[in-house]
Design a protein around this ligand. Structure first.
Ligand SMILES: [Zn+2]
Ligand SMILES: [Zn+2]
Length: 266
């Protein structure tokens, strides 16, 4: 499915966490999910929000051309969100090139050092060749501007450096929570978005911190007033019972790998 020119298209590369899930025939539910990664097609370019293990190939499976990628926004450095950055940089050194032969990699404090350490660990195979790489450190209130779009940043409680992103263009708006605990201000940051992509890695009643539980993700969606809410970063525990929790809630959907969503103001 390809949307017409001018539309924003959001593609789920991975709807899971670091846990791969269970084989479909196994005792668990839901099968295998790739870890966190999302692509947003905007006019001729592709923006990536996180790029966990396997997501580079997921992008190609989705029919997205890696040579259209202009920017990568990392929410934080956990491997389930960054595992395929090396795969992308390796590909750009020896085969394709990013859009306009420029790649912007943005993320919270520590991102530049992380990429530099990746370069050293794989030296020299990830060093950019034939394109420019720009590393941008973002924080609360940062604004990244592109061609016809901007991305706003909000610090969220997960690791000490974690960001949520809000993408805005005349065609539509999107908010991605990254990984986060409950954060009362996040609903304001996501207010009125055409699509809210909310993590939902914990089941209600499950022990653990640093993530949203199902009921919290639903509450975030409700408070934000977002037109569509996609629940993602699903673990085997959080997706159990999710279908029942979503019954009758028309604005809410459960993410699946390679799902595509048109993002528009109307
Ligand atoms: Zn994380
Ligand atoms: Zn995560």
């Amino acid at each position: 499915m390809t949307e017409g020119r001018g539309a924003l298209e959001f593609v789920v590369l991975g709807s899971g966490t670091f846990t791969p899930g269970r084989p479909p025939e196994g005792p668990g539910r839901g099968g295998v999910r790739n870890p966190a990664g999302y692509a947003l097609r905007c006019q001729d370019e592709i923006l990536l929000f996180d790029l966990g293990f396997g997501n580079f190939r997921q992008m190609v499976r989705a029919g997205l051309d890696p040579d259209r990628v202009s920017s990568v926004f990392l929410s934080h450095r956990h491997p389930d969100h960054t595992g395929d950055l090396a795969a992308l940089l390796f590909y750009y050194r020896y085969d394709g090139k990013p859009q306009g032969k420029r790649l912007r990699v943005c993320g919270p404090r520590g991102t530049a050092g992380f990429v530099e350490r990746l370069f050293r660990a794989h030296h020299p195979w990830l060093r950019p060749r034939g394109f420019d790489l720009k590393l941008e450190t973002l924080e609360e209130g940062s604004v990244v501007r592109g061609s016809g779009w901007r991305v706003l940043c909000r610090e969220v409680p997960h690791t000490t450096e974690s960001l949520a992103y809000r993408f805005e263009a005349k065609e539509g708006s999107l908010c991605y929570t990254g990984d986060t605990s409950w954060d009362p201000g996040l609903a304001r940051f996501a207010a009125g978005a055409d699509l809210l992509v909310s993590e939902c890695a914990l089941a209600d009643g499950e022990r653990g911190e640093g993530h949203l539980r199902v009921s919290e993700a639903l509450e975030l969606g409700r408070l934000s007033g977002a037109r569509q809410v996609l629940l993602t970063h699903l673990s085997p525990a959080s997706e159990r019972g999710l279908a029942a929790a979503l019954r009758g809630k028309r604005r809410f959907r459960r993410a699946e790998d390679l799902m595509r969503i048109r993002v528009s103001r109307y």
